[in-house]
Design a protein around this ligand. Structure first.
Ligand code: FES
Length: 164
């Protein structure tokens, strides 16, 4: 979790590269999300005051696009590809298996902050469909069983780290 001070630093740095123009709203949201992994409330407030527009407008635009997240990513961020190749290779079953195993839905982060889940359109390795990515590691040719196996090993790793 980033502190308020870190958020202020990041957004101040990003604001230096953009003009105070309403058309920069989406690029600003994107730049902040790339840097922090999500859009904290303080960032939304900061953008509103930087662009001199109502905060409600910033929220309105940010919530319109499903590319934006408002909670931090989990330690083991999990991405399920639902691009054409993965979709045709029964990607829906894979997504359902991940949701079941993690007990969260797309766009959510588990309460303990260990896992978060999102779906993407293609991660560029369609030959390996269906594909998921857990913490930057690509898992090819997934089945619901392989999903369970992979996620159980991360759950165990998280438990071990908690004990240390
Ligand atoms: S569609 Fe899934 S990797 Fe391209």
């Amino acid at each position: 979790m980033v502190t308020e001070e870190q958020v202020d630093q990041v957004i101040a740095e990003i604001f230096r590269s953009y003009g105070k123009d309403r058309k920069n709203l989406v690029p600003l949201l994107q730049a902040i999300q790339v840097k922090l992994g999500y859009l904290p409330k303080e960032a939304m407030k900061g953008i509103a005051s930087f662009l001199e527009i109502p905060e409600v407008e910033v929220w309105g635009v940010a919530t319109f696009y499903n590319q934006f997240r408002f909670v931090p990513l989990g330690k083991y961020h999990t991405t399920v590809c639902m691009g054409t190749a993965c979709h045709l290779a029964r990607g829906r079953l894979i997504l359902e298996a991940v949701e079941r195993e993690l007990d969260i839905k797309v766009g959510q982060t588990a309460e303990d902050g260990i896992f978060s889940l999102e779906r993407v359109a293609c991660i560029g390795c369609c030959m390996l469909a269906p594909v998921i990515v857990i913490k930057d590691r690509i898992y090819p040719k997934m089945t619901p069983f392989k999903v369970e196996e992979a996620l159980v090993s991360y759950k165990q790793e998280a438990k071990r780290e908690l004990k240390e």
